[in-house]
Design a protein around this ligand. Structure first.
Ligand code: ZN
Ligand code: FE
Length: 252
């Protein structure tokens, strides 16, 4: 599949997925319909599938409008989160696998940001769509779940192959890296990535997607089970370090 980001609202990304041939396409997390329809029309693409990582309006707000334009489109969403918005045709849960443009899509239930949040993992394309659960260099806020849930959800995503690209729902990398550096001022990998991201942003370039390997090295929320980091922050286990880091980020 070819994957292209569409910047929407102030800092959201919807992801447009197209197969090698044909004019079908899928879109992940359309926050608004107008710009997506405009984009698809400019490419002569027909929307066949919508994937929703979670129920928040800035990820689902465009679904109703897209369905008016493409009434045949299927909507895949978590059986838990789907009750918060209209249009879901295929209710998914953890471990479900479906086919999209001759590729497997694996559904991972990753609660914490919302109770039904899912990540869509496409092994063949080496891509994972994480919504607001795992951000590049950070993670989403705890709106509905517990620190324990989100901590485990992130460690579950970390189990994917390290050459997978992380496609998240917002352009938050720069702010997240400033926080990561605040957490570990001496971390050379964080320093280097921040310099690169500052440069990308100064040129108005997107910083998403990012390699999972890079995330494992520079995203503090993926390192909650790191004994040295736990000790440095006076925490005794992964969940308490995760909760400590998340609290710090909330007020950063
Ligand atoms: Zn959200
Ligand atoms: Fe969001």
């Amino acid at each position: 599949m070819h994957i292209e980001g569409l910047p929407l609202l102030s800092d959201n990304y919807a992801w447009v997925l197209t197969p090698q041939s044909g004019n079908g396409c899928a879109v992940v997390d359309p926050s608004e319909a107008g710009p997506v329809i405009e984009f698809l029309e400019s490419r002569d693409l027909r929307l066949e599938v919508i994937l929703a990582t979670h129920h928040h309006w800035d990820h689902t707000g465009g679904i109703a409008g897209l369905l008016e334009f493409f009434p045949e489109a299927k909507v895949f969403a978590s059986e838990i989160d789907a009750k918060h918005f209209a249009g879901t045709t295929d209710f998914i849960g953890d471990g479900d696998v479906f086919e999209l443009f001759a590729e497997e899509v694996h559904c991972l239930h990753v609660p914490g940001h919302t109770l039904g949040a899912v990540a869509f993992y496409c092994p063949k394309s080496k891509a994972v769509f994480t919504g607001d659960t795992l951000f590049t260099a950070g993670c989403g806020r705890l709106f509905e779940g517990t620190p324990e849930q989100l901590c485990h959800s992130l460690l579950k995503i970390r189990e994917l192959p390290e050459d997978v690209l992380v496609y998240c729902g917002h352009e938050y990398t720069q702010k997240n890296l400033n926080y990561a550096l605040h957490v570990e001022p001496e971390n050379a990998a964080v320093q280097a990535r921040l310099a690169e991201v500052d440069n990308q942003r100064a040129q108005g370039r997107p910083t998403v997607p990012a390699l999972l390997k890079t995330e494992c090295e520079t995203n503090p929320f993926l390192r909650s089970d790191d004994g040295a980091l736990q000790a440095a922050k006076g925490c005794s286990d992964a969940v308490s370090l995760f909760a400590h880091l998340r609290r710090g980020r909330d007020s950063f």
